[in-house]
Design a protein around this ligand. Sequence first.
Ligand SMILES: Nc1nc2c(ncn2[C@@H]2O[C@H](COP(=O)(O)OP(=O)(O)O)[C@@H](O)[C@H]2O)c(=O)[nH]1
Ligand SMILES: [Mg+2]
Length: 445
Amino acid sequence: MFDRLTDKVSKTLKNLTGKGKITESNIAQAIAEVRLSLLEADVAYPAVQSIIDSIRKQALGEEVLLGVNPEQQFIKILHDELVRMLGTETASIPFASKPPTIIMLMGLQGTGKTTTAAKLAKYLRDEQGKMPLLVPADLSRPAAVEQLRSLGEEHGLKVFSTSKTNPIEVCTDAVEKVKKLEIAADTIIIDTAGRLAIDETLMKELLEIQKQTKPDLVLYALDAMAGQDAISVAQKFHEQVSFDGVVLTKMDGDARGGAALSVLHQTGTPICFLGMGEKVDALEKLHPERLVSRILGMGDIVTLVEKAQKAIDEKKALELSKKLRKNTFDLEDFQEQLKSVQKMGSMQDLVGFLPGGAKLKQALSGGLPEREIAKTQAIICSMTPQERRNPKLLNGSRRLRIAHGSGVTVADVNRMLKQFLQAKNMMSRMTKLGAKGMQRGGLPF
Ligand SMILES: Nc1nc2c(ncn2[C@@H]2O[C@H](COP(=O)(O)OP(=O)(O)O)[C@@H](O)[C@H]2O)c(=O)[nH]1
Ligand SMILES: [Mg+2]
């Protein structure tokens, strides 16, 4: 117990004296591990290099937070940056203001275009209330049209049929019939042909379909299992035909999904959906957090990230305890604290490190019921900033106004203020106890 405490305090002091900075040398090991992990997840080499370089730049010189080492903090920064990269680029379907909305799928053979077309149609119908029409424009193999047709039949999805025998005409015919209201549909999903490798005839065909139908969204089906080569192929597709987003298919397999980062890096296009199985309902929207955890590898690294997250919460708690000691803890801080009480981590853990903290830790672990917290938040929101900073202002008429404003009774307001004072007293007692304990240990604080 005492060792841990000493350790924590000395770390704090280290931070305060500015020695706890992220430097090139104290994250070298972490960088090596991250590099390996990304490569193992099939992130293409140039992407790995550039991601690591930019995050290293961002991290260098940052103050290391209490409770983690520089390497852990570096990984946390990396994790957050990857989530941001994948997340801010998430594209949703840009529905045309004047229907039909046209979505075109392309990619190599066997990557999951046809399956994805059916998945998208089902998603649009069941979750977006749309009337999709599937257009089989892969006439390279007789079985391809049949495949889409049978998927459509099985799930009650409309599949276009025509006497036309040229893929471009099939598409223009479908669009025309929908526009003329001969077919009731507001979204058109075009399933195109693929090849085993890039092929000039195919590229021309895709370009022509694009030119003629002017799709609102062109999606590229990328097989998550396909490895690094697939990225240069995607890049060529993007250069020659261009697409707006990627569907990463076969993510139900072992692939960690590094291709998502590579393709984003190489083409700048976002990942829109993940294919999670052969079934028609196995389509997921991208959850950046989840994907990043998977790419970085589960287990160790994610635990480190969580630890770093906790340390950040602890830093907040430390700031709070300073306020308590100076007796400047007000309702704004209380509101902030309530938010983290809901998470039940920060205060509790901080307290655990202080002498005599065990009991308080127990007391805090009970938490407050969700509804109570929501009510308290509402009451605090109805106060003016002055009132929050100086609760002594809260006389009878102000309390009545707040009760009206937050839809509670004056008794509720009174109870909440009493709770606030109790919390403040309890926390300030605890902080004093903690400070004394540390002095006993001969450490200045
Ligand atoms: N496990 C899994 N298999 C998939 C997924 N998407 C497609 N497939 C399978 O991959 C194969 C090729 O899919 P298909 O849609 O015909 O690819 P296309 O040639 O690009 O049209 C089929 O056996 C599909 O069942 C997916 O997300 N997960
Ligand atoms: Mg197909």
